[in-house]
Design a protein around this ligand. Structure first.
Ligand code: NAD
Ligand code: MG
Length: 394
């Protein structure tokens, strides 16, 4: 029996994870649930899954959560704030942590779970991007497993010998090929993107996801973050990580070997597959996902990404090449720019401009420790806000 902490339980990944967990009460029970500010959604999940512990990230809402749970007759204990998330991720109430918080806000709890040797199911790609060297060190110190949940990395994990071989070249791996759907604006030119709205950007053709990652998919920054995530998780040099646009989203990624073999993982674009794979690994369990009918799908097509229109992808490669904390700076600038776009204050095309300007303003420094990195993340956010303010005044 595994006891699971679902951090970011009220989100899209949280819902998919709890759907899989609920299908297997003999295998999984819920130890901890967390949310950012939505007390009611978290309380409803507590009523359904009866965890011993619930964490609300916003400290001002702990009283409201405790009162709501008590009124429902639940004995679930409550805590609040970022430290409480870290304690829950590392504590005795779980052996498995699903890191499904969005953005760098997931960094502390992801690292805490890794240091504590939990089985870490990583959806929160931003923490791998921001703190790759720290995450690797925490995993080595804790001695636990990391199982990728991001569908591309879960696919690579399934296609690589032993999941995450210590030396890709020695394992005969030539290239990791990440597939990208291309997002809702695939095939459009820059001029056609000037006036797109947040709702248009979030209308993903294949996947149903939270709004931040949906915008990242529309800009191709999601794929850029995933290139960096693949570098961190599998130790592949940037030159061996390629991106191909595959609009059907049925091939989730591929591994090319020295002998010419190419292994791929296919399935419906439904995150429950990757979550069930990571939850039960090395066993396979029912995920609620229908069988893939390849005959009715007709064609699988692949094309090169349009890096001139979707500049976030080359910017992410540039941050990976710069090394050090450049990926953290890229991520922080992107989070600020995407929030501005979702709030209606920043045009879509300026997301890449802001990220580029922040990377130019803050040349890369080595990643030494978490405090320095968190400070750098804040500096990058302030710089992004300043640049946005200046550009919008022009
Ligand atoms: P979402 O916006 O639907 O959910 C985010 C969750 O994080 C919510 O539970 C929210 O309450 C919590 N949260 C938000 N801000 C927080 C904060 N400051 N502190 C603590 N908790 C906070 O997002 P999502 O689509 O479920 O994505 C979650 C993560 O998984 C992201 O890193 C995303 O890149 C990654 N991911 C998502 C998908 C997908 O299909 N949705 C696929 C691959 C990877
Ligand atoms: Mg992905």
């Amino acid at each position: 029996m595994r006891t699971i902490a679902v951090l970011g339980a009220t989100g899209s990944i949280g819902a998919s994870a709890l759907d899989v967990i609920a299908r297997h009460p003999e295998r999984f029970r819920v130890g901890v649930l967390s949310a950012h500010r939505n007390v009611e959604a978290l309380a409803l999940l507590c009523e359904r899954f009866r965890p011993p512990w619930a964490v609300i990230a916003d400290p001002a809402l702990e009283g409201a959560l405790a009162r709501r749970l008590a009124a429902a007759g639940l004995s679930t204990g409550t805590a609040a704030g970022p430290e409480a998330l870290e304690q829950a991720a590392a504590g005795v109430l779980c052996d498995t942590v699903i890191a499904a918080i969005v953005g760098a806000a997931g960094l502390g709890s992801t690292l805490a779970a890794a240091r504590a040797g939990k089985r870490l199911l990583l959806a929160n790609k931003e923490s791998a991007v921001c703190a790759g060297p720290l995450l690797r060190a925490a995993l080595a110190a804790g001695g636990g497993d990391l199982l990728p949940v991001d569908s591309e990395h879960n696919a690579l994990f399934q296609c690589l010998p032993g999941g995450r071989p210590a030396d890709l070249a020695a394992a005969g791996v030539r290239r990791l090929i990440l597939t990208a759907s291309g997002g809702p604006f695939r095939g459009r030119r820059r001029a056609e993107l000037a006036a797109v709205t947040p709702d248009q950007a979030c209308a993903h053709p294949n996947w149903v996801m939270g709004r931040k990652i949906s915008v990242d998919s529309a800009t191709l920054m999601n794929k850029g973050l995933e290139v960096i995530e693949a570098h961190v998780l599998f130790g592949a040099p940037a030159a061996c990580i390629e991106v191909l646009v595959h609009p059907q989203s049925l091939v989730h990624s591929l591994v090319e070997y020295a002998d010419g073999s190419v292994l791929a993982e296919l399935g419906h674009p439904d995150m429950r597959t990757a979550l069930a794979c990571a939850l039960a690994w090395p066993q396979r369990i029912e995920a609620g996902v229908p069988a893939l009918d390849l005959v009715s799908r007709h064609a699988l097509t692949f094309e090169q990404p349009d890096c001139a229109t979707f500049r976030c992808l080359p910017l992410a490669y540039a941050a990976l090449a710069a090394g050090g904390d450049a990926p953290a700076v890229l991520n922080a600038a992107n989070e600020v720019a995407v929030a501005g776009f979702l709030a209606g204050s920043l045009p879509f095309l300026m997301i890449a401009d802001v990220v580029e300007a922040v990377l130019d303003a803050l040349p890369s420094q080595p990643v030494t420790d978490l405090e320095t990195l968190v400070h750098r993340d804040l500096t990058a956010r302030e710089t992004a806000h300043r640049i946005i303010g200046a550009r919008l005044r022009c």
